[in-house]
Design a protein around this ligand. Structure first.
Ligand SMILES: [Zn+2]
Length: 280
């Protein structure tokens, strides 16, 4: 039937129209253009939608890089993992200590404000929040008592400690040396980078070695690495870190580094010196 119609149709076409286009051909070509246009629109829509979804996943991936493992699978499968890793290595393994000072013009990353006037680098916030939530779910009462500090604030804290030792009879150099064992000199504190928090137990808010006996610290020391944090100044690493034991100062380094540091019993200085990471 189709062949017959086609033949009949061809026969009915006036000669002049052959040079333009047979009607059936024109109709089919119009259909083809419509199809092509539809395909192009669908393709472009798909492309734009795909890119939008990828961007969304990427943002979530940034959070989940150190966040819940539940969402890590599909994110890692789609997001550019290599780029994420490179990016995280650059910021979360930042070494700040007496030999590696932050410059005064160090650019603080976007900050997230916390209760009590505190704030931290937004990139560590999701894991910090999760750690605090999980600790509370265990019936504990952790309290962040220090977080991001400006250069001026660090200077003020340091000078206050220096004044204390001056009153004890030390000369200035001696006072500054003693003070630096307790309060980081300006430029040498991780608090200035927004990557560290001091956490205490509500029931015991004194910053001394007894803090390690509290339920909050016992829990944090055991679990902080699961959230990408390390106890930055352990009791047996003071010579390497240059800071006295602080069983309240937690530094974010990311889950992978936190796990390795913890498993190998290393402080950050040891960990980084064994890696091909550019020290700041
Ligand atoms: Zn601290």
């Amino acid at each position: 039937m189709a062949e017959n119609r086609m033949m009949r149709y061809e026969e009915e076409i006036p000669d002049r129209e052959y040079f333009v286009a047979p009607r059936h051909a024109r109709r089919r070509r119009r259909v083809s253009w419509k199809l092509l246009l539809l395909c192009a629109v669908l393709f472009l829509s798909g492309l734009l939608l795909g890119r939008a979804l990828a961007a969304e996943v990427d943002m979530e991936g940034g959070y989940r890089a150190g966040g819940t493992s539940a969402g890590a699978g599909p994110v890692q499968a789609i997001a550019p993992v290599a780029e994420q890793k490179k990016d995280t290595e650059e910021w979360q393994l930042l070494l700040v200590n007496r030999d590696h000072l932050l410059s005064e013009d160090y650019k603080i990353h976007e900050m997230t404000k916390l209760r009590g006037g505190h704030s931290v680098d937004s990139r560590i916030y999701p894991d910090l929040q999760k750690m605090m939530d999980d600790a509370r779910a265990e019936g504990l009462q952790p309290l962040i008592c220090s977080s991001y500090r400006t250069w001026d604030k660090q200077e003020e804290l340091f000078q206050r400690k220096v004044s204390y030792y001056l009153r004890q009879g030390c000369d200035r150099q001696e006072a500054e040396e003693k003070a630096s064992a307790w309060v980081a000199r300006p430029g040498t504190s991780e608090h200035q980078a927004g990557l560290a928090v001091d956490i205490v137990d509500v029931a015991y808010q004194v910053l001394d070695e007894q803090q390690e006996q509290t339920e909050v610290q016992q829990w944090l020391m055991e679990h902080c690495a699961e959230y990408g944090f390390i106890l930055r100044y352990p009791t047996d690493k003071s010579e390497l870190t240059g800071v006295s034991y602080e069983p309240w100062h937690y530094r974010y380094v990311g889950k992978e580094a936190a796990r390795e540091l913890t498993e190998q019993g290393l402080c950050l200085e040891e960990y980084l010196s064994g890696q091909s990471v550019v020290l700041f």
